[in-house]
Design a protein around this ligand. Structure first.
Ligand code: NAD
Length: 449
């Protein structure tokens, strides 16, 4: 149902937002860094104070269970803002002893804010993605225009209100709602924007990178994935099965690093498949506002069609559905968690990102075999390894082409740990020092003594 309407910004709105940002940048970038930190900490405190309201907004807008938005989305966002706030006062350059200078020099580097940043984010973790970008950019001394997804603008708008309440000066942080092809595209092409920080699909990311290349606008892109999750026969099977279900079905599979390719060593293949089938049967699917609900609907009718289309395509190509099934009756864009077996590497279900609760399960013989299969992907966002053999786990973790590898766990994303993709999963990192530094330019200064 329609729950709200939001303004659709066009090119003229993008122009005024960028003009306001450029004016604000001059003052914001020269303020004491402690003041930037203070305002960000205040924003985090305000968000924490309104945690219940934000959890409800996010559930209403995305359809994810309230239990999850309360326990994960909102508290994690608060900590992510605090983490980045801490960096505002800790960014430094280095000093250098020049290697080839015949006379003494004092040489050093400065980290300076890149300027006006346009942040463009998707709909699967709207609040967190907005907050990650704005807190890292503001901590680095940049100013930000943020465009949330047209499907989920509510928490971003409310966060904008809290930013005003926290005391951020006008123009430092702006929320611009609108369509990707209009508001988003206008920001990407705008000569007054110095950097694009994009999270979304690989297709749109590719188009954005192409535009940024024209004027060498700085750009980082966090894109899609088709992440392998690998269970060795010596794994703690109960944990691995529960982990594989969470890897594939958390947020109804609408997670960029979802473990959507599950590789299982032959000796335990049948056990894992039946364990996962049982987990699927037991999932509580329903109204995301019910306390018991573990899986909500997908975000939109279009997303459900896309996911169902992939499953049908896989079945037509010869895959077997070993668990899952038809749509649940009633309103809401629900898709049952689905387990596909007998896939082969040529099928779209195993090559392309589905972005729904669908996992392909594939048997493997040994480490070399599974590393080959896991790496045979154009993506490289994340991977999981389940094994009790420490050496094996380390060797496989090193061999996988992925920005993050989880061993005997999944979904461990933390503000301290850089996150991002290899290959077509993206350029650059968010979180950690690398995430904040991505909003800076490096300047070398050499002073002859
Ligand atoms: P999307 O690429 O369709 O849209 C993302 C954002 O870009 C939206 O705000 C949209 O309005 C905007 N946009 C669309 N076209 C644009 C254009 N031409 N110019 C500028 N902006 C434009 O992605 P989505 O469907 O919203 O989200 C799902 C995708 O996001 C998946 O592929 C998923 O893997 C990816 N994702 C990646 C990460 C990561 O960290 N790597 C995290 C979450 C989601």
């Amino acid at each position: 149902e329609t729950i709200a309407t939001a303004a659709a910004a066009g090119a003229a709105d993008a122009d005024s937002a960028v003009a306001a940002a450029r004016t604000a940048f001059r003052r914001w970038s020269t303020q004491p860094s402690a003041q930037r930190a203070r305002l960000l900490f205040k924003l985090a405190d305000l968000l924490e104070r309104h945690a219940g309201e934000f959890a409800e907004l996010e559930t209403l807008d995305v359809g994810k269970p309230l239990m999850i938005t309360r326990l994960v989305d909102v508290p994690f966002t608060v900590e992510a803002i605090r983490y980045n706030a801490g960096w505002a006062t800790k960014l430094t350059g280095e000093t250098f002893d020049l290697a080839c200078a015949p006379t003494p020099f004092q040489a050093f580097s400065l980290r300076q804010p890149v300027g006006v940043v346009a942040g463009i984010v998707p709909w699967n973790f709207p609040l967190l993605q907005i907050a990650m970008k704005l807190s890292a950019a503001l901590a680095a001394g940049c100013v930000v225009v943020l465009k949330p997804s047209e499907l989920t603008p509510l928490s971003a708008l409310r966060l904008g209100e809290l930013a005003l309440e926290a005391g951020f000066p006008p123009g430092v942080l702006q929320i611009l709602t609108g369509l990707g092809s209009e508001a988003g595209a206008a920001l990407v092409r705008h000569p007054g924007v110095d950097k694009i920080s994009f999270t979304g699909s690989t297709a749109v990311g590719r188009e954005i990178v192409r535009h940024c290349a024209e004027d060498f606008k700085r750009v980082t892109v966090e894109l899609g994935g088709k992440s392998p999750n690998i269970i060795f026969a010596d794994a703690e099977l109960e944990q691995a099965i529960a982990g594989a279900a969470a890897a594939a079905f958390f947020n109804a599979g609408q997670v960029c690093y979802a473990g959507s390719r599950l590789y299982v060593q032959e000796a335990v293949y049948d056990t894992v498949v039946s364990g996962l089938g049982e987990a699927i049967e037991n999932y509580v699917i329903g109204d995301p506002f019910d306390a018991e609900t573990q899986l909500g609907p997908l975000v939109s009718a279009q997303q459900r069609e896309r996911v169902e289309g992939y499953v049908e395509d896989g079945l037509r190509a010869g895959a077997e559905r070993v668990a899952g099934g038809p749509r649940p009756d009633g309103p809401g864009y629900f898709v049952r968690p689905t387990l596909l077996a007998r896939t082969d590497p040529s099928m779209r279900v195993i090559r392309e990102e589905i972005f729904g609760p669908v996992v392909c399960v594939v048997p493997f013989k040994n480490a070399a075999d599974v590393v080959g299969q896991a790496n045979a992907s154009r993506y490289g966002l994340a991977a999981g390894v389940w094994s009790r053999d420490v050496k094996n786990a380390h060797r496989v973790a090193r061999a996988l082409n992925a920005g993050t590898v989880w061993v005997n766990c999944y979904h461990v994303v933390d503000p301290h740990m850089p996150f991002g993709g290899w290959r077509e999963s993206g350029w650059g990192r968010e979180f950690g020092r690398a995430g904040v530094e991505s909003f800076t330019e490096l300047k070398s200064v050499a002073l002859k003594l």
